[in-house]
Design a protein around this ligand. Structure first.
Ligand SMILES: [Zn+2]
Length: 353
């Protein structure tokens, strides 16, 4: 039996003030994120807002502790030196929680630039909701200010009775600890967002991100937004008539069944080669349809497994007339789900999502 997708998305309501005030606040924050540091006069110029409005927004942000007054800048023209403003790197943080693997929940306080201020790994022996709540408490005790928002990355789907509703219960527990609602997003989307923003070759062309672990999901990331696609579950597409490993969905021969067996096996286990071949063939259809030059595997996979997937894909697409051979590689971004969650929540808070 197929369960509904477990990807509830709940957005934090504005803490206070009108929609206009929130919009002005977002304009100012966005300018500061881009410029790193700016004076009030700079902000008025960048945003087009009147000086009194800028003064009011800045006063609010200073009171909240989101921004700080930094050095003064001496202008070429006569007059008082301008006071510069910047994000307070210790205050403008997102509480991010990665529940991709409910037995190994991790959390972090992430700064606006994507660096991690603190990271905590939940107790594997504790029940997942309890582990997540403790982890949130532990992180919140490390910062004097409330986080700007809370983001949670979770697998696309839940197949077992105990997993059903687990993400929602974790989100409630973490939101209760932080006293604000948590946004929940598919871990594949967040890993893709982190890959695009933080990978060494982040400026490179479009790619297909494949998130493996509790589920096997794909996200297409493209410069042309119309070619992009939010996370889709690839997991239980039946790829082979081989009986194959039993899958959590109750079938056998599906993509996730093979991939899960490969992840759980040793490096010399023959199931890895078979799983890599099946995954490569499954992905080759997507890659060919969209002419994608790059596939990034995110999750517990090594370079050898990626190479085997790449070989299967090259074999399957030999006559497919792709613009360039598709490169398959593991993700190079550490803590991708946590950093992607923070980037997503931060974008929402700034009104640029
Ligand atoms: Zn399955």
């Amino acid at each position: 039996m197929r369960t509904e997708l477990r990807t509830p998305v709940r957005t934090a309501a504005p803490a206070s003030g009108s929609a206009l005030r929130r919009q002005n606040r977002a304009l100012v924050l966005r300018s500061l994120l881009r410029e790193v540091t700016a004076s009030r006069a700079d902000l008025a110029r960048f945003t087009g807002l009147a000086r009194p409005t800028i003064s009011e927004v800045v006063r609010g942000l200073l009171d909240e502790g989101v921004i700080i007054e930094s050095d003064k800048r001496h202008e070429a023209r006569p007059g008082k030196p301008a006071t510069m403003l910047a994000f307070d790197p210790d205050a403008a943080q997102i509480l991010a929680v990665d529940v991709s693997d409910p037995q190994r929940i991790t959390g972090a306080l992430v700064r606006t630039d994507g660096t991690i201020a603190h990271r905590v790994i939940g107790s594997g022996s504790a029940e997942p909701v309890t582990a997540a709540a403790h982890l949130a408490d532990e992180l919140l005790a490390l910062t004097p200010r409330a986080p700007l928002g809370v983001g949670i990355g979770a697998p696309m789907d839940a197949w077992t009775e105990e997993d059903r509703g687990l993400t929602a219960r974790i989100a409630d527990a973490v939101g209760l600890a932080a006293r604000m609602p948590a946004q929940v997003h598919p871990d594949a989307d967040l890993a893709a967002q982190a890959e695009r923003r933080f990978a060494l070759d982040a400026d490179a062309a479009d790619f297909l991100l494949v998130r493996v672990g509790q589920c096997t999901a794909t996200t297409v990331v493209a410069e042309d937004a119309a070619r992009s696609s939010a996370a889709r579950e690839l997991a239980h597409v039946r790829i082979s008539a081989d009986p194959g490993p039993d899958c959590v969905c109750g079938l056998s021969g599906c993509v996730h069944g093979w991939v899960a067996a490969a992840i759980g096996s040793g490096p010399a286990d023959p199931v890895r080669a078979v799983a890599a071949r099946h995954l490569g063939i499954a992905l080759s259809v997507i890659v060919t349809a969209l002419d994608l030059p790059r596939v990034v595997l995110s999750g517990p996979v090594d370079a050898g497994f990626c190479a085997a997937v790449g070989e299967a894909m090259a074999d399957a697409t030999r006559t497919a007339h792709l613009s360039s051979p598709t490169v398959v590689r593991p993700s190079s971004v550490e803590n991708a789900v946590l950093r992607g969650a923070a980037a997503r929540v931060f974008a929402t808070e700034l009104g640029i999502a």
